[in-house]
Design a protein around this ligand. Structure first.
Ligand SMILES: [Zn+2]
Ligand SMILES: [Zn+2]
Length: 306
């Protein structure tokens, strides 16, 4: 299966046959615990029919994911989760339905990889300075396509320096802690342009996870929409029903479509199980209607454009 077909005017495709959709999952190509084949196997076992692999700042897992999804008979939308800066804060924006080889995206990804390399070096140096095995950990991560703070956290745990990854973050890696190193991710406007330039739909990930006031959150969503953002991740793994209602309000107010995803890094964690999500509230237009593969659709909706 190639890149999913995008449909202009996708809102008309209202008879989506897909009832189990998960458009946010991570593999070993970033900081997920399972490789694409194993993760999609779990997703298929959970009844997922339509999914996206959205590794942090990487599209390298997509060829394997595409093949695995095809073998399992589930539909895959290409994806990526990009780190970006909005008024000095880090946000995550999903690019769904992207052309992974598009020049705009390739340029942005190589910039992100440089920033990640520099940040990993800085984290390792800070750990070393505090008598921790920073450089040793960094060496052990040399095969990782994208090094995240979670990689450092897991290594600190496995080497007996923290009891779990949450403690590794709160003691060493979180903002304000001794081994934290910040990165100046690309600005939101640049990230949105790169996704749109790759033919993808920008989706603001987990909008309620950022530490913001209600007013700041509304401004974030408004500016995201004004910059070309197309959807808000309304349903996310581990989110409470009242948070989902807040996300629905933000989504409708900014006239965005809605998305949903587990943000699975480890399928063994109950709040991250692929496909095990609350339903997208009916007031919200699902973004995936634009990528429905029509030959799989029992409803055969009219194709509006290719
Ligand atoms: Zn994220
Ligand atoms: Zn994620």
């Amino acid at each position: 299966m190639g890149r999913p077909r995008a449909h202009a005017g996708g809102k008309s495709l209202v008879n989506s046959p897909f009832t189990c959709v998960d458009l946010h999952m991570h593999t070993t190509f970033s900081d997920g615990l399972l490789d694409p084949e194993a993760l999609l196997q779990v997703a298929a076992g959970n009844g997922v029919q339509l999914c996206a692999i959205t590794d942090h700042d990487s599209v390298s897992g997509l060829p394997r994911a595409t093949l695995a999804a095809s073998n399992l008979g589930i539909q895959l939308i290409t994806g990526v989760e990009l780190s970006t800066t909005w008024h000095g804060r880090t946000l995550h924006v999903l690019g769904l339905g992207i052309d992974p080889g598009a020049a705009s995206l390739t340029r942005l990804l190589s910039r992100l990889h440089e920033l990640r390399r520099a940040r990993a070096l800085a984290i390792a140096a800070r750990l070393d300075k505090h008598g921790m095995p920073g450089s040793v950990i960094l060496d052990s991560l040399s095969q990782c396509p994208v090094i995240t703070r979670t990689h450092f956290a897991r290594e600190l745990v496995s080497r007996g320096h923290a009891k779990d990854t949450a403690s590794a973050f709160s003691r060493w890696l979180a903002k304000g802690q001794p081994a934290n190193a910040s990165a100046e991710w690309p600005e939101l406007a640049d990230t949105l342009r790169a996704i749109l330039g790759a033919g993808g739909a920008p989706v603001l990930a987990h909008p309620l996870r950022y530490t913001l006031s209600a007013g700041q959150r509304r401004t974030m969503v408004k500016e995201f929409a004004q910059g070309g953002g197309q959807a808000l991740e309304v349903v996310v793994g581990g989110q409470s029903p009242s948070q989902t209602q807040t996300a629905v309000g933000l989504c409708l107010r900014a006239d965005l479509e809605g998305s949903q995803g587990s943000d699975c890094h480890d399928p063994a964690l109950p709040w991250q199980r692929p496909g095990r999500l609350a339903k997208l509230p009916p007031a919200v237009t699902p973004i995936w209607h634009r990528w429905v593969d029509l030959h799989d659709s029992p409803a055969r909706p009219t194709r509006t454009a290719e």
